[in-house]
Ligand binder design. Structure first.
Ligand SMILES: *Cc1c(COP(=O)(O)O)cnc(C)c1O
Length: 397
């Protein structure tokens, strides 16, 4: 059994704050600052360039990939970290398209996070006019999957509402039609149990600064199914994905397996903080996390609906169909969220009218949920959001 009191104690959680935004940026583990400091003084400071070998920096992308892989049902040696998620989406979809050279259509849905769509749009423009990004409603994905589609690219958990796609069923259907499946796990990794092996996914990508708590700007990850890894030809053919980077050959030859999905120099300081976050994950079992997450989201929904009649549930009511977040619609949602943040309850706002709350059992418990709802109910009852200062839009919402 995961001991959530212990995991909660492993994070810095500011006094007087209830943090329901771990789906956007996880909090910092207490051990991270010392570990990063030690990396900077003992490794970077004393070893300088020799740190790549002596401190094992060069092996960290694959080592961290394996640790993340345990949370998402990936075989050892099938996940590597690096770059940002936008880049990894591009890389995975480009590789997936090459596996299906006779087809020209990428299918996605309009619940996807916009950067995923933007990146594929840019990729397809560089490939030529005959390529198409087809975007349908999430409910229409099954009908739109045909043997015309080259690649199905979906985010498993909708960033706005938490609605989940059925990864296993859709991947099976995709494969039966000769479609390659790319899954974005941005709101899945560390939020819900994922088993890429059982789902038979082809590619998966995700980020490490949301539920995984790696820190702002921590590198993304990419998974390639072992059955495909040696066939993939990376479009982002950087030197560190080369078979022998330090041969400095003029010709690119892809590295072994997942190593070829590396591009350039990895972010060692960010990987140091990510490794501390993964130490916390070593103490957690995803099945326990899911049980607790459902308890927390059910409690939140029940209490908000009982006390805040102006808010409308935007997430699926069935907990099995939503991830680890809950969203409510409210026309003045931006202002209400600002009022909430002013009182120490941190969630976020997604246009046009979504108030979004993330539930992260590693450091959020029932008491936090109850207190957060009490404050929200007070704000709604007294129309505390109706003040000019809460209506000024900030750069990051
Ligand atoms: C958070 C998120 C991203 C962010 O991409 P970055 O390149 O890390 O900024 C991309 N896609 C999805 C689905 C996300 O939820």
């Amino acid at each position: 059994m995961t001991d959530f009191a212990t995991t909660k104690d492993m994070f810095i959680l500011p006094e007087g704050m209830i943090y329901l935004d771990g789906n956007s940026l996880g909090p910092v583990p207490k051990a991270a600052a010392d570990h990063v400091h030690q990396m900077m003084t003992d490794e970077w400071g004393q070893m300088l360039i020799t740190g790549w070998n002596k401190a094992g920096w060069m092996g960290m992308p694959a080592a961290l990939g394996d640790r993340i892989g345990k949370l998402i049902g990936a075989e050892p040696g099938s996940v590597v970290v690096g770059d940002t998620l936008s880049i990894k989406v591009y890389q995975a979809v480009a590789s997936a398209l090459e596996l299906n050279p006779d087809r020209k259509v990428v299918l996605s849905d309009n619940g996807n996070f916009p950067t995923d769509l933007y990146m594929v749009d840019g990729l397809l423009r560089s490939l030529g006019d005959d390529y198409e990004l087809r975007v349908v409603d999430p409910e229409q994905v099954t009908d739109a999957l045909t043997d015309e589609i080259a690649v199905l690219m979906l985010t498993e958990v909708d960033y706005r509402t938490g609605r989940m796609h059925e990864m296993k069923t859709l991947t099976e259907l995709a494969h039966s039609l000769g479609v390659v499946a790319v899954w974005d796990l941005a709101h899945s990794a560390g939020a819900i149990p994922v088993d890429l092996t059982i789902c038979n996914a082809d590619f998966a990508v995700g980020c490490t600064y949301k539920y995984l708590n790696g820190g702002p700007g921590a590198p993304a990850f990419v998974y390639v199914a072992p059955r495909l890894a040696e066939r993939v030809r990376p479009a982002l053919s950087g030197w560190l994905g080369h078979e022998d980077p330090f041969a400095f050959d003029l010709d690119y030859r892809p590295g072994a397996g997942i190593e070829r999905m590396r591009v350039g120099t990895p972010p060692v300081i960010q990987m140091a903080s990510l490794s501390v976050a993964m130490d916390v994950w070593d103490m957690a079992d995803m099945a326990d996390v899911r049980v607790k997450s459902i308890e927390l989201t059910e409690l939140f929904i029940q209490r908000v609906e009982a006390t805040c009649p102006d808010l409308t549930l935007a997430s699926p009511r069935d907990p099995l169909q939503r991830g680890s977040q809950v969203s409510f619609r409210f026309a003045e949602g931006y202002a209400a969220m600002q009022a909430l943040i002013a009182r120490g309850v941190i969630g976020d706002f997604r246009a046009p009218d979504i108030m979004r709350f993330g539930f992260t059992p590693l450091y959020i418990d029932e008491t936090d949920v109850e207190q957060a709802v009490d404050i929200l109910a007070d704000i709604m009852r007294n129309r505390q959001w109706d003040r000019p200062e809460y209506k000024i839009r900030q750069r990051v919402t």
